[in-house]
Design a protein around this ligand. Sequence first.
Ligand SMILES: Nc1ncnc2c1ncn2[C@@H]1O[C@H](COP(=O)(O)OP(=O)(O)OP(=O)(O)O)[C@@H](O)[C@H]1O
Ligand code: NI
Length: 296
Amino acid sequence: MKLFSLRGFGVSYRDRAGMHPALQAIDLDIEAGRHLALLGESGSGKSTLAAALAGLLPSNAVSTGRLTRPGFASQPRPGRDIGMVFQDPGGSLDPLIRVGDQIAEARRACRGGSRADALALAQDWLGRMALPDPHAALRKYPHQFSGGQKQRIALAAALVSEPSMLIADEPTSALDSITQHAIVELLRTLTAGSGLTLIFVTHDIALASQLADDVAVLYQGRLVEAGPAERLFRAPSHPYLKALLATRQELKSLEPKGLDLENQGLGRPRSHRFAEIDPRDFSVKVPAVGEGAGHG
Ligand SMILES: Nc1ncnc2c1ncn2[C@@H]1O[C@H](COP(=O)(O)OP(=O)(O)OP(=O)(O)O)[C@@H](O)[C@H]1O
Ligand code: NI
């Protein structure tokens, strides 16, 4: 089943100087239950496309062409039908509200129920997100957690209302690479077989390969490549994707051998979908900022 269908879709942003196209002539279908990575460099239009799908374009955005949502009975409601997580956990979390209350209120706003039940669910979700001591976490504030932990909390708040779809806009790009891969791996295992449709925005091809069924590549506001991840990574046709993959090869050849972080128990991803695109090729960095090193 198609959740979204875009034909000749475009978005421009209006300012005093005029209209600035951010997306042009996008033809794309998004299937329910699939994991789509939106890949592209900074400014290529990824967040604009994610916002358009969520129905959250800012007021100075003007869209053209067609965007239909055949998979939704009515206009999907952000929060209830579509969960969102952003790069900055501040975009998803309120610094002044206890973590438990935030997640519980997200649940109640969408699904009702008692506060006690919602808090129990909040604790449950924090546990699924592998947050240490989920019970104690309920009473803490966001600043008492590390960046990686905050993103786990933001994910719990987005998923607690059981949306049919999650849009994650570079949810890990502010984190160190080991934490990034740990969170993406968590997202992959949590969503595997759940039927949840995932749109994962990233400029990181290694992260994309870790969880995507399908990949859509944006370049300067245009969709230059889209299809099953396996095929695209094996046989890229657009020069931009080819260049990205070539960079990966160069990094690989520069990399010192024998840095086996996995055996040092540093939370490296356990499995990867594509042997040829191994996230580990990118992620050998000094693991100074570890997950679990909270600030509080
Ligand atoms: N609210 C806005 N008002 C005006 N222009 C915008 C707005 N949001 C984005 N743009 C412009 O639209 C273009 C696409 O931006 P967008 O944020 O969608 O790209 P992106 O691929 O998500 O980039 P990044 O990886 O840096 O997040 C850019 O030129 C950007 O400056
Ligand atoms: Ni963006």
